[in-house]
Write a protein that binds this ligand. Structure first.
Ligand SMILES: [Zn+2]
Length: 355
């Protein structure tokens, strides 16, 4: 069976590396016209100083991605195509990068990822998560041609966003197990190397959780490299399988029942505790790690009603019916969902009384 892999050409991680963006673009042989897609807040803080200081030799058009939706991405694609740049630089968090991926793919123009937060592993993955997509949660795009991840910028982002990135990496523990299960039970393609790479990024979080929780330069570096590794695993697998399993389905379900209540990495982290329990692995260790990182481990800490957890658990298997996971084809019964959430302490003992 043929399997082809597309990867980025260059990854630059370090303190102050954003100022090397112009050099990186030149080394890659990218022409002098550049579209920068950024967010309203990041524009002033990071993108504009970057354009002034590091991209003086380029003709640059700065555009704002106001929301991670297909509508916004389509609008920006029209603007970008009239400018005809040789590349797009995505300077921002999840929103700007997801929109830039979509625009880049639609127009066939390469993009460079310049993440300003370390909140999820989409910073270098070839999948764009946008609202307004029909029936799916992400569309396949190309990987970025380069990633320039400045630790100085990431360190200045709110701590909550950074820690959420660690939650997204812990999620690989169950995602990889779900993928293997889909291979064993459904004959789905499974790549050991991609799976090991994704799992390694989660293991690094477990091993270095204290440094990450304190957001030390070394901790941030481990986190950013882990997120890029997880993105690489998706590039190698050609799907989001190594990075997204039942815990992500739970998070998507929670977005529906509670209207995007918390950060992606926080929600998938909580999901990993419960899916870890169902998988029969050491879920207590996962919970301890999340707690050490300062991530939510209960419905209350996540800021949702306990009932939302039960609802999301019982509907998670229906979110992406073709993505086979430990939840199986018929999912959890209400009783089983209550048991999982109670046993793992995600909901409290007096849940029945309050429900
Ligand atoms: Zn994720």
């Amino acid at each position: 069976m043929k399997h082809s892999i597309e990867l980025f050409k260059k990854v630059v991680v370090g303190h102050g590396v954003r100022w090397e963006l112009g050099t990186v673009l030149s080394e890659l042989g990218i022409g002098s016209k550049l579209a920068v897609i950024t967010g309203p807040h990041v524009r002033k803080l990071v993108a504009e100083p970057l354009v002034e200081r590091a991209l003086s030799g380029f003709s640059v058009e700065v555009l704002e991605a106001t929301s991670p939706s297909v509508e916004v991405a389509e609008g920006l694609a029209d603007l970008v195509s009239s400018f005809r740049p040789s590349a797009i630089a995505a300077v921002g968090g999840g929103k700007s990068i997801d929109v830039a991926k979509y625009v880049s793919h639609k127009l066939g123009v390469p993009y460079i990822s310049v993440p300003t937060v370390a909140s999820h592993d989409g910073i270098a993955s070839p999948f764009a998560s946008l609202r307004g997509l029909e029936t799916v949660y992400s569309v396949k795009t190309s990987p970025p041609i380069a990633v320039v991840a400045d630790i100085e910028v990431v360190a200045a982002a709110p701590r909550r966003l950074t820690i959420a990135g660690a939650g997204d990496l812990v999620a690989k523990i169950t995602a990889v197990r779900d993928w293997r299960l889909a291979n064993r039970l459904k004959g789905e393609y499974y790549g050991d190397y991609a799976a090991s790479l994704a799992l390694m990024s989660a293991r690094h979080v477990l091993a270095f959780s204290r440094a990450i929780s304190r957001c030390t330069p070394a901790g941030l570096r481990i986190l950013v490299e882990g997120l890029i590794s997880s993105s690489t695993a998706m590039c190698i697998a050609g799907s989001t399988r190594p990075a997204s399993g039942s815990e992500h389905l739970f998070s998507h379900a929670l977005d529906i029942v509670a209207n995007y209540p918390a950060l992606h990495g926080e929600q998938v982290g909580l999901g990993t505790i419960m899916m870890g329990y169902i998988h029969g692995i050491d879920w207590r260790r996962i919970k301890r790690t999340l707690r050490r990182l300062g991530l939510p481990t209960t419905a209350r800490e996540l800021g949702i009603r306990e009932e939302h957890v039960i609802e999301a658990l019982t509907m998670a298997h229906r979110i992406r019916p073709h993505r086979y996971t430990i939840l199986g084809e018929s999912g959890l019964t209400r009783e089983a969902a209550e048991e999982v959430a109670l046993k793992t302490g995600v909901i409290g003992e007096n849940y029945q009384d309050s429900a």
